[in-house]
Design a protein around this ligand. Structure first.
Ligand SMILES: C[S@@+](CC[C@H](N)C(=O)[O-])C[C@H]1O[C@@H](n2cnc3c(N)ncnc32)[C@H](O)[C@@H]1O
Length: 261
């Protein structure tokens, strides 16, 4: 007897929280899929977009929940593709931006599963737009670096070159940086960044509950602690912060964005 053909897995970017920021293609796939496997940064309101008999499976890390191992998620996606036609793997922001989308796509392809990646608006882009900070500016920033503030403990052989970044004059957009902020700021200052370098933190970029702060690099750690900023937050460091255009932010979405660990 012939094996049942494998279904397709769509790695879909959920964007930065507001369902209105989903792409049209993402919305179509979410509303038609047979199973939806989702992350911690996907608000519950997006789960309401699925059809009635769609299986929704949570595989993220959230306060008060166990976190799912990457290998478990990979196997789950493969098993779903064996029995269902269309599986959406919904990831906060963009699947290929600090989202392990590459690892999942690789794994599935090895087993012959057809994979498509549907890009989403990444949090760094959304946070800067919603706080009115242009990430590039002819007078202040000709390049921009998206960087993680939290490197995997099992990672071998490479790490963020904070010295190089400090000297580059780039605008820095730091993901997952709140917990390691003390270390990051020390590295940047030691490598020669001016203590006055304008800096900003934006928590929960596009949804009600959004909080923002603007300060200087030497006060960043202290201000984040005093104001109790938590994850998910984006940190922007660079002269572009001084080019903030206040009052251009779109209205915030009335959805519940989870707080991470
Ligand atoms: C594992 S990374 C995933 C990034 C995601 N793939 C993206 O493209 O935005 C999680 C980090 O993204 C940032 N992040 C994600 N959503 C955010 C939001 N709505 N507001 C602020 N930061 C967010 C935070 O730095 C958070 O710690």
């Amino acid at each position: 007897m012939k094996d049942k053909p494998l279904g397709s897995v769509y790695l879909v970017g959920a964007g930065p929280g507001d369902p209105d920021l989903l792409t049209v293609k993402a919305l179509r796939l979410i509303s038609q899929c047979d199973a939806l496997v989702y992350d911690a940064l996907v608000p519950n309101e997006m789960l309401e977009l699925v059809k009635k008999d769609c299986k929704c499976i949570f595989v993220g890390k959230r306060r008060g929940h166990h976190s799912t191992q990457q290998s478990t998620t990979n196997t789950l996606l493969l098993n779903l593709a064996k029995s269902l036609k269309s599986v959406v793997r919904l990831k906060g922001g963009d699947p290929f931006m600090f989202g392990r989308g590459g690892e999942e796509a690789n794994y599935l392809q090895k087993y012959g599963v057809s994979v498509q990646v549907i890009p989403g608006i990444t949090a760094g882009i959304a946070a800067s737009a919603y706080f009115g900070i242009p990430l590039t500016h002819r007078l202040a920033g000709s390049s921009v670096t998206f960087v993680t503030g939290h490197e995997g403990i099992n990672k071998k052989g490479f790490s963020v070159n904070w010295n190089g970044l400090a000297q580059s004059g780039n605008s820095l957009v730091i993901y997952m940086g709140v917990h390691n902020l003390n270390y990051i700021v020390k590295k940047l200052l030691t490598a020669g960044c001016s203590p006055n370098t304008p800096s900003a933190v934006i928590q929960q970029a596009t949804v009600i509950g959004q909080r923002c702060l603007k300060t200087s690099l030497d006060r960043l750690v202290q201000d984040v602690e005093i104001r109790k900023f938590v994850s998910p937050s984006i940190i922007i460091i660079g002269e572009v912060v001084n080019f903030q255009i206040e009052s251009i932010a779109p209205p915030l979405a009335n959805v519940t964005m989870p707080i991470l660990f």
